[in-house]
Design a binder for this molecule. Structure first.
Ligand code: ADP
Ligand code: MG
Length: 635
């Protein structure tokens, strides 16, 4: 007798269960996916003790034929594929035929199911892979699976279960993801009898997201709809001001299957780069439709990972598509005025605070009222001017329309003529003129300049609402793009310094400079050794001409030391230009006159990304008309 023996079926199933049934959440996932494959409209999930005591998934799908119910529990038994080629045209979630076999080999499973073509159901009980009981049973159409005694016969695995809270949080994550994948199905999740989640199942992804992920996320969604030759993207992505610290809210669905894939995650993160703070992760619900032939779903036992055969195309379409959607959607940070509402209703959390703070609030409010009165006067003036200017606009429009056929032209003329007129009348400082915002895929079409506040912020009105622009960040963005263009245009030309600049470095800095020598030279900075750790800067890029070379280069080296060895030439160049832009940009606290302010805003809107400064801090915040109305109590 040889030593190599076939393992009994039970043991083989337990081994395979090790891959499929990692923890209670994996069971929940498999059972839900079976219900989805069975065309269920309602799925109810009941959990006790994080799944340790009970997992129950009940659906109203098509059910299982009485004659098939035993087969459902044998390994590699499936109704979903017949041959391997079927994998390349697969739209069902299951296909391996091993989930039920695996689960029932490490727990006690009871299944009650009635097929839609049959009058009665059948009930089967299996424990450790053995059928304990099987009998006809009354049932409505659908399937109801109960899993108890998980890992009773594999104590080592049982020991690895985490706390109830942890296990349930895994379950709730699975249910949330599956619910988002199937908005046309109503999901209900209970833990120890308490309802945790309920989705409407009305087919609307947004409603499902609202039900599962809450109002904050649902309020900040941007629809995405992109069609390419190979792939189609749909779903929602979140406005950049709402982020997470990890990838937990980057949800991807390939042909409706929730998946994890590094390429898709990277593509999305690339699109959000510079729009969100470094280290933060975006929130997306991205549905990717591809021909099943281009995606391999059979690379992981839990089917959670997929492999694309055209990674680059997938990456490009997602990255560009998400970027385009973000760009078109005015990614200005939006401000909510909720606090004010609370104060008005007397429901603010600070009500119990000491009288002192209540007093302070009163004085603050008084001040606000005083200010408001002057503001109101100005507002009145402005409105008055606006009425005047609209009237003359109308008049001019008719006139210029006669001269120009193109609508755009006539609008432009109208504006210019008005400015001239107003200038002539000597009222240029009071007019509330509209300025066009050109193209760039930006959703606003024009702005009205309202004034500067705190010598630091410019106020404008646009189609999107009242915007508060940080003058420094705005100027930084403008200069950054201008300097980058100049730098590339001049082909990084450099020029010798009349008096070389001596810079003393620490040993670490000297080492960094040595490592980055090639890149530093590429930027147009030439230097030589001056003995010890001192270097002598001899040439700098034309761009740095007349700038304080020492500071800029010291800063550059400091940045390089901080970044370690990981930066490439483009990043180093970007850092240098960012610093230069920051150094030369108008500071906060500097009064700007009307003309300077308007020019700054116009220049800002001509940039690639007017919403974030090169360091990816917000350039402006937005208070929508709706928010103002809500805050004032008009709506
Ligand atoms: P797979 O889903 O990969 O086919 P499973 O072990 O999960 O394998 O299920 C085996 C079979 O049992 C399925 O192919 C399906 O025919 C049937 N089945 C399981 N759960 C359900 C359900 N909730 N409703 C209808 N049929 C089901
Ligand atoms: Mg299955």
């Amino acid at each position: 007798m040889g030593e190599i023996k076939q393992l009994p079926q039970n043991v083989a199933n337990q081994i395979s269960a090790g891959e499929v049934v990692e923890r209670p959440a994996s069971i929940v996932k498999e059972l839900i996916e079976n219900s989805i494959d069975a065309d269920a409209e309602k799925i109810e999930i009941r959990i006790e003790d994080g799944g340790r005591k009970l997992i129950r998934v009940k659906d109203d799908g098509h059910g299982i034929l009485a004659e098939d119910i035993e087969a459902a529990f044998s390994r590699y038994a499936t109704s979903k594929i017949k041959e391997i080629d079927d994998l390349y045209s697969l739209y069902s979630l299951g296909f391996r035929g091993e989930a039920l076999a695996s689960i029932s080999s490490v727990a006690e499973v009871e299944m009650l199911s009635r097929h839609k073509s049959e009058d009665a159901g059948v009930k089967i009980k299996i424990k450790g892979g053995d059928i304990i009981d099987k009998k006809p049973a009354g049932s409505i159409v659908g399937t109801d699976v109960t899993v108890k005694d998980l890992f009773y016969n594999t104590p080592a695995r049982y020991k690895y279960l985490k706390t109830t809270t942890t296990e349930f949080s895994h379950i709730s994550r699975i249910v949330s993801t599956e619910a988002a994948a199937s908005s046309d199905i109503s999901f209900k999740l209970y833990h120890n009898g308490r309802q945790i989640l309920s989705t409407p199942g009305n087919g609307k992804l947004k409603d499902t997201i609202y039900a599962v992920f809450g109002e904050d996320i649902a309020d900040n969604l941007l629809p995405i709809d992109i069609e390419d030759r190979y792939i189609k993207l749909s779903g929602y992505i979140c406005r950049p001001e709402l982020t997470r610290s990890n990838r937990s809210h980057e949800l991807f669905f390939v042909n409706n299957r929730p998946i994890y894939n590094n390429i898709t995650a990277k593509a999305v993160e690339n699109a959000y780069k510079k729009l969100i703070d470094p280290g933060r992760k975006p929130i997306v619900f991205l549905f990717i439709k591809v021909n099943p032939i281009l995606v391999d779903v059979n690379v992981h036992p839990t089917k959670r990972q997929v492999k694309f055969s055209r990674n680059q195309i997938i990456y490009d379409v997602i990255s560009k598509g998400v970027r385009k959607t973000l760009k078109e959607a005015d990614p200005t940070t939006r401000i909510k005025l909720e606090q004010n509402i609370k104060i008005r209703d007397g429901k603010n959390n600070n009500l119990d605070d000491s009288n002192k703070s209540a007093d302070k609030k009163l004085t603050d409010n008084d001040n606000l009222n005083n200010k408001k009165e002057t503001q109101n006067e100005n507002l009145f003036k402005n409105t008055f001017n606006k009425i005047n200017s609209t009237q003359s606009t109308k008049f001019k429009k008719n006139n210029s329309a006669n001269i120009n056929d193109g609508r755009e032209n006539s609008q432009k003329n109208k504006r210019e003529i008005n400015i001239e007129e107003n200038l002539a009348a000597g009222v240029s400082d009071n007019i509330n003129e509209e300025y066009l915002i050109k193209g760039n895929g930006i959703s606003e079409s024009s702005f009205k300049f309202l004034g500067q506040i705190f010598n630091s912020y410019l106020l404008i009105e646009t189609d999107e609402g009242l915007k508060i622009i940080d003058q420094h960040n705005a100027h930084e963005r403008i200069l950054f793009e201008k300097l980058t263009a100049e730098f590339n245009e001049k082909n990084k030309a450099s020029q010798s310094l009349l008096i070389p600049v001596k810079i003393e470095l620490s040993p670490e800095e000297r080492e960094i400079v040595r490592q980055y020598k090639e890149i530093i030279n590429e930027l147009g900075i030439e230097f030589s050794d001056f003995g010890g750790n001192t270097i002598l800067i001899q040439e700098v890029p034309v761009l740095l001409k007349n700038k304080s070379t020492r500071n800029i280069i010291e800063e550059l080296i400091a940045e390089l030391s901080e970044a370690g060895k990981g930066l490439n030439a483009a990043e180093v160049e970007e850092n240098m230009i960012e610093y230069l832009a920051c150094r030369t940009a108008v500071k906060a606290g500097k009064p700007l006159n009307r003309k300077e302010s308007i020019q700054l805003i116009k220049d800002l809107y001509k940039t690639e990304n007017p919403y974030r400064c090169p360091h990816s801090r917000p350039v402006m915040i937005n208070i929508s008309k709706k928010e103002i109305e809500k805050g004032i109590g008009r709506k």
